[in-house]
Design a protein around this ligand. Structure first.
Ligand code: 5AD
Ligand code: SF4
Length: 458
């Protein structure tokens, strides 16, 4: 029997691919992972089932990333391999979406004419229409500049039963000179708080215990909404409202911007019981002159003030950061400034990247100042070695403490061990025993390795 599924006022699907199998291959960040969950949701509404791998899929969606050059290289390599996949059966459909598709517009089609559908980041909810169109009319590309509808209008098939992403904002209004994101994800748009709260309640009713709020600049959430004139930041208010949802256990968020951290947000993290004790503060560089060239909106001193403010309010908070090594013009002195902040801040983890020139960004045109690859590699290694010691030391501070652990998945290496996270975000392993996925358990942290904690149930 043909069934009509109404997703919202705009999307109506009649499942037409019952019995077909899909697979989604995702590159890049959490935003992409969440977009892939929404693509899966649309595929399932169309009657498809998830395949175990691309080998037994009829429809393959590749969700691309373009934040660094190697992501692009990987994509075009992957598309080459997938030509063989596509040609193995006439019925196979290859779909390419995400940031690289948005950025490169017709390039994906030109380089890989065997792709059936190329779709941008702004019109994902149109994927089934385009798939239908490609079946009737042949290969199709639809990349649009304006946002068609907020991506969160679509349903999701989540990877995890107990943890969910929740998009609170799309796009970015900043203009960091190294970053391609504003040009592929568009301007910043906040979802209405009532929509966010409703989606959170819906997720909780489906059994979700932990929500991670997603946005390019979450702590500036709401500045475009102009709902009222209260001086309190909208983001802190949103956290407060989410904290009141019964049966929701944990709230995390990523990614904030250091320049937009207000005291109220830090107090919200400290005081709201469900908001986890973890803050990401992306430094990018410790040198004031590089920060200015990056257009980050703070200098070395202001960043240190933020760290001091956060630690004075929540002394035991877990701090993480992003750092780019080798931005154009970075001298040894600039790099020493970065190392100084790393040593001073004692981050729990640092996500480190070698500068990658992205066409279309301001930094791409700073070619005369590009730093030699060998110099970047050496600096990167030094940063990595320093931070490995700090991270290991920071993990050890949990040994001997009591924590609440959410059991999230089986360990990849040992099916007798579960892996989960404690409140402040550290990966923690525990013997399976009679525990179940989704359990919230009180544990003792008994040991630490360089990368994770070991726990025993209390
Ligand atoms: N080169 C290297 N790293 C980059 N990032 C963003 N753009 C670039 C680039 N062009 C890093 C930043 C950002 C993280 C998500 O990716 O550190 O915070
Ligand atoms: Fe890119 Fe800067 Fe926006 Fe982050 S804040 S997405 S680094 S432009």
């Amino acid at each position: 029997m043909e069934q009509t599924v109404k997703i919202n006022s705009k999307i109506i699907l009649k499942p037409s691919r019952i019995g077909k199998k899909y697979y989604v291959k995702t590159f890049g960040c959490q935003m992409n992972e969440h977009d892939s969950e929404r693509i899966s949701g649309l595929f399932e509404l169309d009657g498809m089932q998830k395949a175990e791998s691309e080998d037994n899929a009829d429809i393959l969606f590749v969700n691309t990333c373009t934040i660094r050059e190697n992501a692009d290289d990987k994509l075009y390599g992957t598309l080459g391999h997938l030509k063989k996949w596509k040609l193995e059966s006439e019925n196979r459909k290859l779909l390419v979406g995400g940031c690289a598709a948005q950025k490169d517009k017709n390039l994906v089609r030109d380089k890989a004419p065997w792709v059936d559908v190329v779709i941008g980041t702004h019109n994902l909810t149109n994927i089934i229409n385009l798939l239908n169109q490609s079946e009737d009319w042949g290969p199709v590309t639809e990349i649009i500049d304006e946002i068609e509808n907020l991506p969160t209008d679509a349903p999701s098939i989540r990877e995890s039963e107990f943890s969910a992403w929740l998009t609170i904002q799309i796009g970015c209004n900043n203009s960091c000179t190294f970053c391609i994101v504003p040009s592929v994800r568009g301007p910043e748009i906040s979802r209405r708080p009532s929509d966010v709260i409703n989606e959170a309640k819906q997720l909780v009713s489906e059994g979700v215990k932990e929500i991670t709020l997603l946005g390019q600049n979450v702590n500036s959430y709401g500045r475009d909404l102009k709902i009222d004139n209260k001086s309190r930041p909208y983001f802190a208010q949103l956290l407060e409202q989410l904290n009141n949802i019964p049966d929701l256990e944990r709230i995390r968020f990523t990614s904030p911007h250091p320049k937009d951290f207000k005291k109220e947000t830090i107090f919200a993290v400290k005081e709201l019981s469900k908001v986890c004790n973890q803050i990401h503060v992306p430094l990018q560089s410790g040198s004031s002159s590089i920060l200015s060239k990056m257009h980050r909106g703070y200098n070395k001193e202001r960043f240190i003030e933020k760290i001091d403010m956060i630690r004075s309010i929540i002394p035991n908070v877990s701090l993480t950061t992003d750092i780019i090594v080798g931005f154009p013009g970075e001298t040894d002195e600039d790099f020493i400034d970065t190392m100084d902040i790393v040593n001073y801040s004692e981050f729990d983890a640092v996500y480190m990247f070698k500068f990658s020139p992205r066409p279309g960004t301001v930094a791409f045109n700073m070619k005369q100042e590009f730093v030699e690859k060998k110099v970047i590699d050496n600096r990167f290694q030094l940063l990595k070695d320093t931070q490995t010691d700090i991270s290991e030391r920071r993990l050890k501070r949990f040994v001997g403490t009591e924590q609440l652990l959410l059991i999230e998945k089986l360990s990849k290496k040992n099916n007798q061990i579960y892996s989960g996270k404690i409140d402040s975000g550290q990966i923690t392993h525990i013997d399976k025993g009679d525990l179940n996925l989704g359990d919230f358990v009180k544990v003792n942290i008994v040991d630490s390795t360089p990368f994770y904690l070991k726990a025993e149930q209390l």
